[in-house]
Design a protein around this ligand. Structure first.
Ligand code: ATP
Length: 239
């Protein structure tokens, strides 16, 4: 039996002026699933995340979270429904300490004085616990990415949407971050959507994958099947 979708995207389209970046994208992410969204530069991956989270307007189609229509919900409201978005580059604030950055992620919560989430994040990411009082500017690329993920977790999300967390990271660090996402899902049941250009790495840690090209889904399926699908790999994934 397949789990009911937590996130459903139905025929979603979005544009920048005359440029149609998303052209009728449909996908379903099961609760507790870890899913890759792949495709070359300009395929529409970032626009998909930004449209789902309400940062960019859709021109048609729907976004459902656990059956509720959130298509027109602004980003600051979507976060309160449990959608957490880690943008490309992470978006941590270099001048603030690790702890201050993390606390920003939970500021909107009515129970923000509850310390348990902070303690859990410290346990999940020991390097952050060690550098708790240091400014984010002193962190390595991998630690900054951990901080961005930790900050998103401070909001106790139901689904974590990550935009190219491997960008600028060495292959070994990328594998650590991908492994960490998989562990997080396995341990907590969090639903994860991983947008990546590093298709081989992302398919190695996800259950399912969607491949975008020119704003459309051109392939989808189990990650293991996509990994062994020569036609899709050569045509769209570059390996
Ligand atoms: P990348 O891996 O380079 O981030 P992507 O798959 O995330 O690529 P998008 O950034 O979503 O792709 O871009 C999809 C299309 O929309 C591309 O044709 C891109 O040039 C265009 N586009 C993206 N952002 C803008 C913008 N702010 N203004 C105009 N066109 C844009």
């Amino acid at each position: 039996m397949t789990a009911a979708p937590l996130l459903t995207v139905e025929g979603l389209s979005a544009s920048y002026g005359a440029v149609r970046a998303l052209d009728g994208v449909s996908l379903a992410i099961p609760a507790g699933g870890i899913c890759a969204v792949l495709g070359a530069n300009g395929a529409g991956k970032t626009t998909l995340l930004r449209t789902v989270t309400g940062l960019h307007p859709s021109s048609s189609g729907r976004v459902l979270l656990d059956g509720d229509d959130i298509t027109r919900l602004p980003a600051e409201k979507a976060i309160t429904r449990g959608l957490a978005h880690v943008p490309e580059g992470g978006g941590v604030i270099a001048e603030l300490t690790v702890e201050e950055n993390l606390r920003l992620g939970g500021l909107w919560r009515s129970d923000r004085r509850d310390r348990s989430t902070f303690t859990e994040v410290m346990e999940l990411f020991p390097p952050l616990a060690e550098r708790r009082g240091k400014t984010a500017s002193t962190l390595s690329g991998g630690e900054r990415q951990m901080l961005a993920i930790g900050r998103a977790l401070m909001g106790r999300p139901r689904i974590l949407l990550l935009d190219e967390p491997s960008l600028g990271l060495a292959p070994l660090v990328t594998r650590q971050i991908f492994g960490l996402l998989r562990d997080l899902r396995d341990r907590t049941g969090l639903t994860v959507v991983l947008v990546e250009q590093n298709a081989a790495g992302a398919l190695a840690v996800t259950d399912t994958g969607f491949v975008l090209n020119q704003g459309r889904v051109v392939a989808e399926g189990a990650s293991s099947e996509l990994l062994s699908d020569d036609r899709t790999r050569h045509a769209y994934l570059g390996f």
